[in-house]
Design a protein around this ligand. Sequence first.
Ligand code: FPP
Length: 224
Amino acid sequence: MNPLKHVAIIMDGNGRWGLKYRNSRNEGHREGINTLEKIIKESLKNNIKFLTLYAFSTENWKRPKNEISFLFKLLENFLQTKIKDLHNKNIKLKIIGTINFSKKINRLLQSSEKITSKNNKLQINLALNYGSKAELINAFKLINKNKEKITEKNLIRNLQTKNIPDPDILIRTGNTRRLSNFLLWQLAYTEIFFEKKLWPEFNESDFRKIINNYKKIKRNYGSI
Ligand code: FPP
């Protein structure tokens, strides 16, 4: 049985769900929060140590203004109402990506990280304004600036995911098979599960099925 420490998720399909059932993409994002809460609970139950969630990519800035501001309003509301609860559950929140939003959001993200910084039951890495290519370029720039050698070890130390083990599982919901600039380096040996359901339809039982299937896989890492 494979040990399971780290699950990464591309939460895709909110827009399509919202259009289909509520005639509004934004309502799909709102519904997506419910799934997020279910998956956090299930991660705690399964003793998962790291949950990395792709919430907003560097490319998502191309979306209509109204959708972007709705997403950040949801984020603001989520943190304001749930951070205490996350803290009480011994969950640590870490942002990966570049924090350069409104002053209010920046402060809220920084204070949420600070409040939960000593927690150690589960670490949630929220990828916001995150792009893997930008992360890699930045890591190489740091290596160059510090006159370090280009080695795997030095590269890993300069990624935003330093001190986080690579994901064991990547789940992408929404019936789309691509990585969308997410953790390209870190996913080198990750087991990937593409899920037909849209993110708001995904539930604890779907998550458990993936975990059980993952546990039975023979992971070779290039060996036999
Ligand atoms: C992708 O679905 C989803 C996003 C870009 C945003 C994910 C956000 C949430 C789950 C809720 C907000 C998160 C937090 C932490 C407050 P899509 O819009 O690309 O769906 P589509 O492929 O159907 O258009």
